[in-house]
Design a binder for this molecule. Sequence first.
Ligand code: GLN
Length: 193
Amino acid sequence: MNIGVLALQGDFAEHIATLRRLGAQTAEVRLPKDLDGLDGLIIPGGESTTIGKLAVAYDLMEPLRQFGREKAIWGTCAGAIFLSKDARRDQPLLGLMDITVLRNAFGAQVDSFEADLHIEALKQATQTEAPYHAVFIRAPIIESVSGSAEILSALPDGRIVAAQQGKLLATSFHPELTDDTRFHQYFLSLANA
Ligand code: GLN
């Protein structure tokens, strides 16, 4: 497996470290040619407006859309926003996933929180029962999914925090900031499918 991590801004180094722990080859993606030969791509957390503006500046928008039509892409937090088709404000979006997101839905940085989630797809893929401990930092919620996008996980109050559409994944939270590698394992299985 050769997995790229979009390295324009945000916590790409943490994703690369987790992928290496799982034995994947990794590449930092900054230019369109960096996508060549990759099996999948992770778009990290950070600031979605900044990631979008830099992607426009580096002529990455169309190459990323083309990549996502065939291969696996996973966006965490800001990356999930960038994958969406609607963030309810004007900013560059890939529009690959049929999800509408609401940015900073839980408030400011101080309102960051952690929660245990039950994610059936993850349990099945990794043959484990333990809940998934998720870290939310100025996180978006996924307000709605449409088309062929499906809900992967929601908070107890019903707010959606993970979605999947074929080989595309969006999570409001940051699996790269914990020791639990199950979400990255799950993504590798999609990239390998
Ligand atoms: N609040 C950021 C945004 O709207 C996302 C935060 C994050 O990636 N942790 O882009």
